[in-house]
Design a protein around this ligand. Structure first.
Ligand SMILES: [Mg+2]
Length: 121
């Protein structure tokens, strides 16, 4: 039993994944990783105590929009922070209507990442 918060990083790009892990490793968190939306759903099923999901949008197999939709359809109110490409969406209302709690625009600075994750812990 650990009191540490669990964060699920959903990201298909290897270097982005390494970067997110490296930054978040400095916080006292348990980090889980999924490479696409389908894997994320499986990990979430095995770890219902996940506190925050950092969700990439463009991924193979199942994208971040579909994955988030499925999580919300299951009745979960887990915090989901989208990682959006620059210019793709900076519309907060639209992201919230799609089921996200919040979003970060790529490239994500260390400071913004730590601040945003801390906000939902
Ligand atoms: Mg991607």
């Amino acid at each position: 039993m650990t009191g540490r918060k669990k964060v699920l990083i959903v990201e298909d790009d290897f270097s982005s994944k390494l970067y997110l892990n490296k930054v978040l490793e400095k916080m006292d968190l348990v980090l889980l990783n999924a490479g696409d939306g389908k894997e994320a759903l499986e990990l979430l099923k095995e770890n219902p105590d996940i506190d925050i999901i950092l969700m990439d949008i463009q991924m193979p197999v199942m994208d971040g929009y579909s994955c988030t939709k499925k999580i919300r359809e299951s009745g979960s109110s887990i915090a989901i922070i989208a990682q959006t490409a620059y210019g793709m969406s900076d519309d907060r209302d639209k992201m919230i209507s799609l089921g996200f709690n919040d979003f970060l625009i790529k490239p994500i600075s260390q400071k913004n990442l730590v601040e945003k994750v801390s906000e939902y812990l």
